[in-house]
Design a protein around this ligand. Sequence first.
Ligand code: ZN
Length: 256
Amino acid sequence: MRQTLVLGRLFGVRIGVHVSWLAVYAFVTYALARVLPMPPGAEAIGVAALGALALFASVLAHELAHALVARRFGVRTEGITLFLLGGVATLAEEPRTPRADAAIALAGPAMSATLAVLAFALQLALDRFLAGGLGSALAVAATYVFLANAVLAAFNLLPAYPMDGGRVLRALLWRARRSRGREGATTIAARVGMAFALLFVTAGVFAAAATREPTFAWYAVLGAFLLRQAWTQQRHARAAAAPPPRADVAAAPAAA
Ligand SMILES: [Zn+2]
């Protein structure tokens, strides 16, 4: 992705932030600061910025989980980029077996589910031992991090290729239809992905128009992004060129 700031390397993987992520960071901080049980001011902004940073770390951990499991299966990751809708891990090549494909795809949601449990436990602990003032504000931030990770795990497991669930679907098709191999499986999974993407666009536009709630427009943007990705990947399956990046989507920031 162009307009990407490279932050450095983690476990040997290049980590970058697309400029669009900075807008997400600012927006999450703003939205979270408004719902914190504390008067507006520097302290509220500080807690909200911490929550936004935890979202950043959560998406990064999700992508790193993909990258590290990919490495175990001998697949190199060229880089991880956080962007407007979530995160992208660019693998240097496609997994060689359906098992590797499924394992790499499931690693991200498994990491997010684990982080969701940890954030939930943190929220309970804060409520119990640090109730009132800063403790209660931190508990709200922890609840946000819990929700963000739960959505990262659940939403990406939808069988909408190229999201993680769609890759698991591809791995299953790949294994079941050995003769047609990965290319045939990718084509079918990408068509299912395009159907989901169109559903997101349609539902997002109608819901935003009906409720005048801009959050729903995010699903339309997400759908358009997924549609383009699925389309590219379907074409790629035939061309057998270098693999396109695997994309993960985070929750609508306004969900805070
Ligand atoms: Zn993922």
